[in-house]
Design a protein. Structure first.
Length: 277
């Protein structure tokens, strides 16, 4: 009986020690001769270091997925990064003269929390918010997969004065259609994107021919740019609720330039909508 009690006590003490073990922050090393690049799963909204001998630079005007870390000799400090979606990442940073790693690809699972705590009023609200978060996370992952896949639908390309709009692919997955879109700026003037709308156009036949367009709201946009600079190519994705079209209807993509007139309109046949990849 005494032996049994001693064993039970050891198990409880061991479990207690494991439960109280604090999370150890990862360490990132940097120096003053090289840039250490940190790539995050979402664009960076804010980055803060705890000491002046560490400098973390990122694009403050246009949110991007990476930042650069440099350091001068001194005591260790910490780096706090907040992504656009509120995800928080925290690291110990140290100076090291010789670096063995210059690039860090940081997964979403490394986040230590979110800056916007969720207040749950009921089980129904909690379930709904969890569903939304799961959908968003899935859309992000599948969109990234499609951008890496490089599968092409056909020659759906339109251009206007050096600006090229192309639909690379249309993919069906889990009750959604993914439109993989590319914009290339071959002109000598930056292209500021005002909007890119997707509509369904119905062609009325008969003596009184007419066109009717109905705007479709995407359920998710991935990597949508606000500007395409000279000689830049941007690829992004519109996620739409699943739909099909009759032969008298088609999809219209309308690209509109902010403070400019290099607008592009593209018509996509119902055949491609009804037969996605």
């Amino acid at each position: 009986m005494k032996t049994y009690i001693n064993i039970l006590t050891l198990i409880i003490v061991s479990a207690s020690m494991n439960a109280q073990t604090p999370n150890i922050l990862d360490t990132i090393y940097a120096n003053d001769t090289k840039n250490v690049a940190l790539f995050f799963p979402e664009p960076i909204r804010q980055g803060i270091t705890g000491s002046e001998n560490f400098v973390f630079t990122y694009n403050r005007e246009k949110e991007q997925y990476f930042g650069l870390l440099q350091a001068t000799p001194g005591n260790e400090s910490n780096l706090l990064v907040i992504n656009r979606n509120g995800s928080i990442f925290s690291y110990i940073v140290r100076y090291k003269a010789q670096l063995s790693k210059l690039n860090y690809f940081i997964p979403l699972t490394s986040s230590i929390g979110n800056e916007k705590p969720k207040i749950i009023d009921s089980i129904q609200t909690k379930t709904s918010e969890k569903s939304i978060d799961n959908n968003t996370y899935y859309y992000q992952k599948f969109c990234s997969y499609l951008l890496d896949k490089r599968q092409y639908l056909g020659r759906y390309t339109r251009r206007n004065d050096g600006v090229i709009l192309r639909v690379e692919n249309i993919v069906f997955d889990k009750s959604a259609l993914y439109f993989v879109i590319q914009i290339r700026n071959n002109s000598t003037l930056d292209y500021d994107l005002n909007f890119l709308n997707l509509s369904i156009e119905t062609r009325q036949k008969g003596k009184k021919k007419s066109l009717q367009r109905l705007y479709q709201e995407p359920i998710f946009k991935h990597n949508l740019p606000s500007k395409i600079v000279v000689n830049e190519t941007i690829r992004f994705i519109y996620v739409m609720p699943k739909f099909s079209l009759s032969n008298d209807r088609r999809v219209i993509l309308k690209l509109n330039e902010k403070d400019g007139e290099r607008h592009i309109e593209m018509k996509i046949s119902h055949k491609y909508i009804n037969n996605p990849n």
